[in-house]
Design a protein around this ligand. Structure first.
Ligand code: FAD
Length: 558
């Protein structure tokens, strides 16, 4: 996955004859590629922007069963995603980490005490949660002890249960890196623009795809027996290109998260709480910050740049200030944000939050297989199902999926205890050097065992500013191992810093851009473009237009 290798890969793409080409490098597409290659299919994957640049870097970043889907009686969805949590944790224990969730029971809230108790019990049973991890019901004093910031006048008790936290973009990256290790040919910044058809037994069937490299604008062909469309919010666009967009279609809803410094919203632990309109919102502490989300509103604007609006902020802050009234958090405290689009399958008459999160597979007459809906948590099962469908369509012998036992890059730990010990050893090491021990969590969470490579780069730096030296070490790693092309790839998807440590982006953006420019021999114009792109990402994350203005802007852009 070295960045330099990308050019070689692209030049070799047209020489191959693939069994399967996957369109889309989000969690779904990367999961499909890993499943396919390990079942013996010669597989390629193309991503039109950066890996995980769509919804898979903009989620709530939980590997969860979706407690609220129980209320909608989505039993099979909860069972599947619930039991997937422990499996995905095993595959990448540094990246999918146990995170206890507190669900406060409040007066006139969504969940009563008995419903919470029963719901969490069913949740544990469906997900097969181990005895020691099962839910505990807390009284008022115990709930306030777990989270003293909660409003004592409305809190009546709480449910305390097991979930997992992750980083969606890093999960997608580790999936594609693992898939590439197993033999997948993958490239980012390559767009699938049209399909190639041929005649098979007198029928018009897809036989490949015309692609465009966004860096050079060159076009080339990929030959494939089968193509899977895992384009997330863009699934219907490819179905349209394939002239197969009929019947079911996507319904996009926007979800926003806001980021506050942890000192402003110093929750001790993750909380899943009622907003005044009865929806549920997460507050999740992570290193230097706490993030809060999400909203769920219908969306028809520009899919590449959904924005957090004033109205989204007002909604989330109202929810926070309602249950944590002592804080009185104002919008000026928000340092960053992200907005993502859920690629849901439309259901007539249902509102945004009522639509099922189940995944669905669509088959076109010419052979395009599209997958939509679903959750990050269910990426592995979705991959399994869609590859089963592809094997069948290709008339291939069924080979069982193996992904439940394929450790992801960086996840080579025996168990979570080893992750903790590894982190402690790093914390100890950092405390003797010039980096704050905050970086122990950050580095192990991001890179797992691969931290050894990052630290070896760090030791080679002769930069006096150690924080910059670390960033340069990470960048070197991303260039050598993670096909990073632009500063936005680096600050958003490789390191998560734009969301979780935006200050470091403002402070170090220029030296990092200069390193890119020098390393890739950019012209002055290329450097300027990269800087503009990063400035736009910073503006999008930290400024919030009113809804109305956003709608006008979207109209102009589209
Ligand atoms: P994407 O990540 O959008 O990937 C599709 C990719 O296809 C994009 O990168 C795009 O650039 C690429 N593409 C499109 N067209 C082309 C083309 N023509 N050629 C090449 N590439 C193309 N799930 C959970 O399990 N836990 C959560 O906590 C959670 N929270 C969420 C919160 C929000 C606000 C949202 C919006 C979703 C959340 N989800 C969560 C759901 C989860 O994020 C999504 O189900 C998942 O990320 C979708 O991944 P994907 O790969 O299908 O789509």
């Amino acid at each position: 996955m070295a960045t330099t290798w990308r050019t070689t890969r692209i030049s070799q793409f047209s020489e191959e004859d693939y069994d399967l080409v996957v369109i889309g490098g989000g969690a779904t597409g990367c999961g499909i590629a890993l499943d396919a290659v390990t079942r013996g299919l010669k597989t390629a994957l193309i991503e039109k922007n950066d890996f995980a640049s769509g919804t898979s870097s903009r989620s709530t970043k939980l590997i969860h069963g979706g407690l609220r889907y129980l209320k909608q009686f989505e039993i099979s969805l909860v069972r599947e995603t619930g039991s997937e949590r422990a499996i995905v944790h095993k595959l990448a224990p540094h990246l999918v980490v146990p995170e206890k969730m507190l669900l406060p029971i409040i007066e006139n809230g969504t969940y009563s005490k008995s419903l919470t108790s029963l719901g969490l019990k069913v949740y544990d049973v469906l997900a097969g949660v181990k005895k020691e991890d099962r839910r505990k019901m807390l009284n008022k004093a115990q709930t306030l002890e777990k989270e003293p910031l909660l409003n004592p006048t409305v809190v009546k008790g709480g449910g305390y249960y097991a979930e997992y936290r992750t980083d969606d973009a890093r999960l997608s990256l580790e999936l594609i890196k693992t898939a590439v290790q197993k033999g997948v040919h993958a490239a980012n910044y390559v767009e699938g623009i049209d399909f190639i058809y041929g005649e098979v037994n007198g029928e018009k069937k897809i036989r490949g795809i015309i692609c465009q490299d966004s860096l050079t604008q060159d076009t080339f062909q990929l030959k494939a027996k089968q193509i899977i469309n895992a384009a997330g919010p863009w699934v219907d666009e490819l179905r349209k290109t394939n002239q197969s967009l009929s019947g079911k279609h996507l319904h996009l809803t926007k979800g926003v998260h806001i980021v506050l410094p942890h000192v402003v919203f110093p929750v001790r632990q993750s909380v899943y709480f009622d907003s005044p309109d009865g929806r549920m919102v997460f507050a999740i502490p992570r290193g230097k910050i706490t993030y809060v989300g999400t909203t769920d509103t219908d969306y028809k604007g520009d899919k590449h740049h959904p924005r957090t609006t004033q109205e989204d902020i007002a909604y989330l802050l109202q929810a926070v200030n309602h249950l944590f009234p002592g804080l009185d958090i104002q919008k000026e405290s928000i340092i960053s944000s992200w907005a993502g689009l859920r690629p849901l399958v439309h259901e007539e008459g249902k509102s945004a939050s009522e639509i099922s999160r189940k995944d669905e597979i669509f088959f076109s007459e010419s052979g395009l297989i599209s997958i939509a809906g679903g959750k990050l948590t269910g990426y592995r099962k979705m991959g399994q199902r869609v590859v089963n469908a592809a094997l069948k369509a290709m008339d291939r012998k069924h080979v069982p999926s193996k992904t439940h036992r394929i450790t992801l890059c960086g996840g080579e730990f025996d168990d979570f205890d080893e992750v903790k010990a590894f982190k402690e050893a790093l914390r100890e090491k950092l405390s003797q050097g010039e980096l704050p021990d905050y970086y122990a969590d950050y580095l192990v969470g991001n890179y797992g065992k691969q931290v050894v490579g990052v630290l070896s780069n760090f030791e080679e730096q002769d930069e006096a500013d150690k924080e910059l030296a670390l960033l340069l070490a990470e960048l070197q790693f991303a260039i050598e191992k993670e096909m990073v092309l632009y500063p936005t790839d680096f600050f958003i998807r490789r390191t998560g810093r734009l969301y979780f440590d935006i200050e470091s982006v403002y402070t170090y953006k220029l030296p990092i851009i200069r390193y890119f420019a020098q390393h890739f021999a950019w012209s002055e114009q290329e450097l300027q473009e990269a800087e503009n792109q990063l400035d736009r990402a910073l503006t999008e994350a930290s400024t919030f237009p009113p809804e109305q203005q956003e709608k006008v802007l979207q109209k102009v852009e589209s």
